[in-house]
Design a protein around this ligand. Structure first.
Ligand code: IMP
Length: 429
């Protein structure tokens, strides 16, 4: 038995979906432990594209158990839609295939309304959230007023909770955010209707995982977003509201730290960011456009154009420490093909001083400038490479530089969107 965690080392969108999909082949159970439908994992299987926002991508394989842990916030409408969409392509999602933690928090219409109205009120100071109600749902979780999946099994509790919450939410929406109030009855009816379809999936995920561990199953923990969007360790306040770091897998799934055996950090070969916040290696020139176009850097959830920049190893090195990374998966390496010279950020400068870790202060970070090392690029098409020795020497040098500076070896290299466009250097399981 071996359990692996996959985490993003940058600001999300590193291509975790594809790596998770690959590793799922060896896993028996696949678990989401944080975030919600702010994530969007794009997978290309047999030339067909799937975007999953909440159900672990392991669902596309036969016989793998997928679990949504207590650390996830769930929009029942989105979950049911995904179940329906999968059915349309012949993937029947039954409770044998999917479990939803009874302790997972449920995204309510007032969470989405507050998310959107608050961002609108902030104007140019907005965070650039996905508008899915993620932050407000986690706020209620911590405030101990949240609706949990288990409440969907108890209509009376559900009515009581929504009723109590609406008093406060409507006051906030109308008096502070200048938004419309919401009514109890339509929300309750809608959620009770959805509850009927969701109840069969609701169970104790921690217990189920424990049974899996005792039965020597391989478990894959699928992180969403990325380390620098972590509410504790990221570029606060331009972060999401959960803990995408590997440690989040324990609290967000209900397992002990001794059950995590290998942590894979996904490193996109360059850096991207959606939403606001400082971005030291951002490219606002034609190289940035080149990467953006070749990498098709549009958000899988919101369709927003992603900001692009050179690979920032200050960010990745922080992620090595924060997650205890055992190996790296380098993704979208093929996107860099055709660039004459490549830059890798190996440090920052702030007021003439060298900085080797990302400062906590956003003001300070905004004033950091990148210290680059430059290496030659490659012109050859690398998308057909399936072994390291099929890569040009410049590509190998790029990878070796990453390994040397981070001190972590590369286990997987992705050279294209398809499952097969991969070089497996070392199997993390
Ligand atoms: P929220 O998670 O919707 O509250 O958004 C907070 C910040 O996290 C915004 O900058 C979002 O763009 C960013 N974010 C949330 N989910 C993802 C993701 O899956 N990939 C990349 N950025 C994300």
């Amino acid at each position: 038995m071996s359990n692996t965690v996959v985490v993003g080392t940058q600001w999300g969108d590193e291509g975790k979906g594809k790596v998770v999909d690959l590793l799922t082949a060896k896993a028996d159970m696949v678990v989401r432990f944080q975030g919600g439908n702010n994530a969007g994992h794009t997978l290309v299987v047999g030339g067909k594209q799937f975007i999953l926002h909440i159900i672990p991508s392991g669902i596309l394989y036969e016989g793998k158990k997928c679990l949504i842990g207590n650390g996830v916030v769930v929009d029942p409408e989105v979950l049911l839609q995904e179940i329906q969409d999968l059915k349309m392509v012949g993937k029947e999602v039954t409770p044998e295939r999917l479990s939803l933690s009874d302790k997972a928090h449920i995204i309510m219409p007032y969470h989405k309304a507050i998310d959107l109205a608050r961002e609108a009120a902030k104007g140019r100071h907005k965070i650039g959230t996905t508008g899915r109600g993620i932050g407000p749902c986690y706020e209620d979780k911590v405030a101990r007023t949240g609706v949990r999946a288990v409440d969907l099994t108890e209509p009376e509790t559900l009515e009581e909770k929504i009723g109590t919450n609406l008093k406060e939410k409507n006051f906030f929406l109308t008096k502070f955010l200048d938004a419309e109030p919401l009514e109890l009855k339509p929300i309750l009816d809608r959620y009770l209707g959805m509850a009927e379809r969701l109840v069969p999936f609701i169970t104790d995920v921690s217990l189920e995982l424990d049974q899996g561990i005792k039965a020597n199953k391989n478990i894959l923990f699928e992180g969403a977003q990325g380390t620098h969007l972590d509410v504790d360790h990221g570029t606060y306040p331009f972060v999401t509201s959960s803990n995408p770091v590997a440690g989040g897998a324990c609290a967000g799934a209900g397992i002990g730290p001794n059950q995590l055996h290998h942590v894979v950090g996904i490193v996109k070969a360059y850096t991207t960011r959606v939403g606001a916040g400082p971005f030291v290696t951002e490219l606002v020139d034609e190289t940035g456009d080149y990467i953006q176009e070749r990498g098709q850097e549009f958000g899988a959830t919101t369709g927003r154009r992603r900001r692009c920049g050179w690979l920032d190893l200050v960010v990745v090195q922080d992620s090595v420490r924060l997650n205890g990374l055992d190996s790296l998966a380098i993704t979208k390496l093929d996107v860099l093909t055709g660039l004459e010279r490549l830059k890798i950020c190996v440090g920052y400068e702030f007021d003439g001083e060298r900085v080797t870790t990302r400062p906590a202060s956003q003001r300070k970070l905004a004033r950091c400038t990148p210290v680059y090392m430059e290496i030659p690029g490659w012109q050859e098409d690398i998308s057909q490479a399936r072994r390291l020795d099929q890569l040009p020497p410049q590509t190998l040098a790029y990878l070796e530089t990453i390994e040397e500076i981070t001190g972590v070896s590369v286990s997987i290299i992705s050279v294209g969107a398809g499952r097969e466009d991969t070089i497996l250097v070392q199997d993390p399981f």
